[in-house]
Ligand binder design. Structure first.
Ligand code: RBZ
Ligand code: NIO
Length: 366
């Protein structure tokens, strides 16, 4: 059995730069720790960027789009056609993430992996079509193994492009009607949780809609969660292989989506390339949890933009021991919550790099 590329080693944060950044924070004209999370972020980014002066001038945002067979179960408040329609809207500059990316001066990379309402060639959209939609997870697996590998590679390709342009931060977003159902099913399988704990409103379901969605996830889990995902004895015997990784990848194939798998591939590839990642909401956090289960070396590269209003997000964040920056009740996706947190990260860098030290300012120390 050969190791999957997802399991190859990640880069590691540099403790020399972390120690130097912590020491500098102690010299700046403020009581130590008084800038709280803004200090922690600057120190973390210094270690990740291997820099004395962490910087987020070059931010890269990839939004991955894909449709979901499970939409046939009536689990979204919106029709499936919206996925393809929003792809066009991203490219035309009218979506929330289009506006946010422009305001931030960030690069917006829009990638479609397949939508039932395919808008065809559009300037500004990269086509990496796998299929019009995943399989309905109530009837079979979402993807074949080849489709999963293709989707993972799409994410890695966007990271390679980002790294080639010198991106200092990678943000992943998603568009796919029905993907809160896929993310709920994946999260339930990875966390061994029940659908009632994690199923939420998505695009705007009421309580009856949420109960139906939880029932759909229960059906999907009855089909896919179980002893047959246990790893073969010969795989367990191979000490290079992490059984958790094999199980997580299989759940991603059975229950995920093309755009969710692309996000997982992107997060792993970013950690391997040493590019920090800012995670968005419920769906991207489910993809991030899969990435960390597959390759624990991903975790130090993840920062978390916000806590989404979507019911299961808090539980996913807790499983990753994540402290999100913002809590604004956002529940959109598209990378919008991560983008909204970028100004805070930039302020953390500016404070770290430009505040005067006690010695420079002639301010007395304690
Ligand atoms: C116009 C519109 C724009 C969006 N942008 C992101 N989403 C978000 O909603 C979808 C998930 O919710 P559900 O699972 O309930 O379908 C995803 O496409 C997500 O990114 C949107 C949804 C709509 C309707
Ligand atoms: O938190 C998210 O990512 C989210 C929530 C609702 C709908 N779409 C995305």
């Amino acid at each position: 059995m050969t190791l999957h590329w997802l399991e190859a080693a990640c880069a590691t944060p540099d403790s020399t730069f972390i120690d130097a950044a912590r020491a500098r924070q102690g010299q700046l004209t403020k009581p130590l720790g008084s800038l709280g999370g803004l200090e922690t972020i600057a120190i973390q980014l210094a270690g990740l960027q291997r820099s004395q002066a962490p910087n987020l001038d070059r931010v890269w945002i990839s939004v991955f789009a894909g449709d979901h067979g499970v939409a046939a179960e009536g689990i979204s408040a919106f029709p499936q056609a919206v996925t393809g329609e929003m792809v066009r809207n991203f490219a035309n500059g009218g979506a929330a993430i289009s506006v946010l990316a422009r305001e931030l001066g960030a690069t917006l990379d829009v990638v479609t992996l397949g939508t039932v309402n395919d808008p065809g060639e559009i300037a500004g959209v990269t086509r990496r079509i796998i299929a019009p939609a995943t399989g309905n997870v109530c009837e079979g697996p979402a993807m074949t193994a080849a489709q999963l590998d293709a989707a993972l590679a799409v994410g890695a390709a966007s990271v390679a492009q980002a790294a080639a342009t010198g991106a200092q931060l990678f943000i992943g977003g998603e568009m796919g009607i029905g993907n809160t159902t896929a993310a709920t099913a994946l999260a339930c399988a990875l966390l061994d949780a029940g659908p009632d704990e994690l199923a939420g409103a998505g695009t705007g379901l009421g309580s009856a809609g949420i109960a139906h969605k939880a029932a759909v996830v229960t059906r999907a889990l009855a089909l896919h969660r179980g002893p047959d995902v246990e790893v073969d004895a010969d795989v367990v015997a191979d000490t290079r292989i992490n059984a958790d990784a094999v199980v997580a990848r299989e759940y991603l194939r059975r229950l995920g989506g093309f755009e969710i798998a692309a996000l997982t591939g992107a997060f792993v590839a970013a950690a391997q390339a040493g590019v920090p990642v800012l995670v968005d909401g419920f769906i991207t956090t489910a993809a991030a949890l899969a990435a960390v289960r597959i390759n624990p070396g991903v975790r130090p590269w993840l920062l978390f933009g916000h806590r989404s209003h979507e019911r299961g997000h808090a539980r996913l964040l807790q499983a990753l021991d994540a402290r999100p920056l913002l809590d604004l009740g956002l529940r959109l996706g598209e990378a919008s919550g991560a983008a909204a947190a970028v100004p805070l990260l930039r302020l953390a860098c500016a404070l770290h790099n430009r505040m005067a030290t006690f010695d420079q300012a002639g301010v007395s120390k304690p």
